[in-house]
Design a binder for this molecule. Sequence first.
Ligand SMILES: [Zn+2]
Length: 285
Amino acid sequence: MGKYARLRQRLAEGLPHLSFAVAPAATDGQLALAHTPNYIQAVVSGSLPAAAQREIGFPWSPQMVERSRRSTGATIAAARVALGLTERGLAQGEGVAGNLAGGTHHAGRDKGGGFCVFNDVAVAARLMQAEWARLHRHRPPLRVAIIDLDVHQGNGTAEIFAGDDTVFTLSLHGQKNFPFRKVAGDLDVDLPDGCDDGPYLEALEQALAELESRFDPGLIFFLAGADPHEGDRLGRLRLSFDGLQARDRRVFDWAWQRRAALAFVMAGGYGHDLESTVQVQLNTW
Ligand SMILES: [Zn+2]
C-alpha cells in the first residue's frame, strides 16, 4: 500500500502543474452498473463468505470498503474530466486524466479477487456510457476501449463485458501468470516469461493495429500496470524503465491520433524495491 502515498508525494514534488482532486466515493447505484446488488451488499456489510474474502486477498474492514469506493470514484472522476462529462452536462474535456490508484481488473460481476474488490474501470465505462446516452439521445452509444497492460490478465473486466459490443477489452499479459484460468476478452495477447522490451513493443503494436481495425473508441481506459517491469516480484517479464515509457507513449499517442479521450489508472506494481514501482508510475504521469 505504501506505493500510493509515495506516488502522490513524488508527483506533487515533480509535476507541480498537475491539478489534484479528492476522489469521490462511488455510490451503490454506480457500482451496480458492473456488480450484482448481492455482491455489493456483502462487501459493504462485511458479510462475504470467508473463502470469497480470502480470494480478494486482504481482510475486511470499513476502511477497505471506503477505499474501494473511492478508488472507483477516482476512475469515474478521471473519465469525466477526460471526456468533459459533468454532472450537469457536457463541458470541454481535458482529453486526458488519471487515477493515482485503480485498475482493479480481477473483480468480476459477483466476486473480487487478486487484491481487487470493485472493478473501477468497468463501473466508470458503464457510467460514462449511460451519461453520454442521456445527453446524446439520437446518436450511437459511446464506444469504450479498455487497453489493459497490467502484466496479469483482465479476467474480471472480460467477464463483465462479455457479449457487449460497445466495449472492447484488450489485454496483454504473461501467459503463465495469475489468473491461471483466464477469461477471454475481445483481444488477448499471451506473452512468454522473460519477454523484454523489443518483443513486448512489437506485440503491443500488432494489438493496437488489430484493435484499430475492429473498433473505433470515443473513450479509452488505459491500465498502465507497473508490474511488467524487470524489477517486479510477481511480473515474470523483463521490461526496462525505457521500455515501459515507450509503451505508455505509444498508447497516449494512439489515443491522441484518434482524438479519443483517455483515462489512465495505475493497476499493479510489486517491485522488490518500492521506489522502482513508483518510478515506473511517475514516468507514466
Ligand atoms: Zn497485475
